[in-house]
Design a protein around this ligand. Structure first.
Ligand code: GLV
Length: 333
């Protein structure tokens, strides 16, 4: 292990799956773990991080400019997530702090949630489940509880990367859906494998029967699905978001569902999180909401824990962070 004479101290911001924690312990790191179920407030985080050399954190921690400047001594920040919009990456880079993350290992689990939400929404499953517990299941009714078919429909993917391609695979395989996508750059793999076609944002809105959001949250994508966007969608369309809540405007989505601009929505991410239990979306028939569980399987979370630990270990052992957001921070070290 490089530099330090004493054990390197790592602040572990939440209770993470043991597999990565054990790896760090075995390598001789000294861990301080926040034991409460809630995330640390930023002052608590700053206070604790000041006592440590590295930080293992996730999207519940606010790693903004203020935090980074209060904690510029940190050697590395290792994020337990594929998204890192909670971290001011340009400031971390300016300060020379490498930021690790956990891509790839959660793509399939997250696509499963998008795919599941699409089916659940198209058949009103969440709503119908609730009606049974309210004692409202009377008789089989030939014209009641009708959903819509997905076979041969058009899936529009917004942000076609690792997770989007897994969603395309599922929708093509199960329902022979036609795949169109909107992305900064063409995705040749998706075009070859699934006959996916790159379209502009307007065409994505107009042509899709299901829109599934898989982009990162940036200044360009924040609030992109607003009233104008929903108005351009088909009145039979389903909107799925398993990426980040702020990509859609929740008020506009609620209105679009109320006034029939779109047919349904499946959300694994909301804005804010947690969603308030009184949120009107929760009592709509064609809406399915989950509490941000995209990567939440035992296997996937174990893999994320291992990657997050390996990013720290790699940094201290040989100045290599296997999965890094800002590789330029390592070139001068
Ligand atoms: C989950 O939302 C992640 O970014 O890993």
């Amino acid at each position: 292990m490089i530099k330090k004479q004493e054990a390197v101290k790592v602040l572990v911001s939440r209770i993470y799956p043991e597999i990565g924690i054990e790896l760090l312990r075995k390598e001789g790191f000294k861990l301080t773990t926040w034991q409460e179920d809630r995330p640390m407030t930023q002052p608590e985080l700053i206070k604790a991080a000041r006592e440590n050399n590295a930080l293992l954190c996730t999207m519940t921690e606010n790693i903004d400019k203020h935090f980074l400047n209060e904690c510029k001594h940190l050697d590395i920040i290792s994020q337990f997530a594929v998204g890192f919009d909670n971290i001011d990456i340009s400031e971390a880079t300016r300060l020379g702090i490498p930021v690790g993350f956990t891509p790839d290992v959660l793509s399939e689990a997250t696509a499963d949630v998008a795919f599941g939400l699409m089916i659940a929404t198209s058949r009103k499953m969440f709503h119908l489940h609730k009606t049974i517990s309210r004692g409202e299941w009377s008789y089989f009714r030939p014209t009641a509880n009708l959903g819509i078919d997905l076979k041969d429909k058009t899936l529009g993917i917004f942000g076609l990367g690792r997770i989007g391609i897994e969603m395309a695979k599922r929708c093509k395989g199960a329902y022979n859906m036609k795949i169109i996508y909107c992305n900064r750059t063409p995705n040749k793999k998706a075009e070859e494998l699934f006959d996916a076609r790159l379209v502009n944002f307007n065409d994505l809105l107009k042509q899709s029967d299901v829109i599934s959001v898989h982009c990162t949250l940036t200044d360009q994508t924040k609030g992109l699905f607003d009233r104008t966007a929903f108005d351009r969608m088909k009145p039979t369309a389903i909107f799925i978001n398993t990426a980040r809540g702020p990509v859609h405007n929740e008020q506009a989505l609620t209105e679009a569902l109320r006034n029939g601009s779109i047919w349904g929505a499946g959300l694994d991410v909301t804005n804010p999180e947690p969603m308030h239990p009184g949120n009107p979306l929760l009592s709509m028939e064609n809406v399915s909401v989950l509490p941000h569980i995209g990567s939440a399987t035992v296997e996937t979370r174990n893999k994320m824990s291992r990657l997050a630990a390996e990013n720290i270990i790699g940094f201290y052992k040989n100045m290599r962070v296997p999965n890094i957001v800002n590789p330029e921070t390592l070139t001068n070290k």
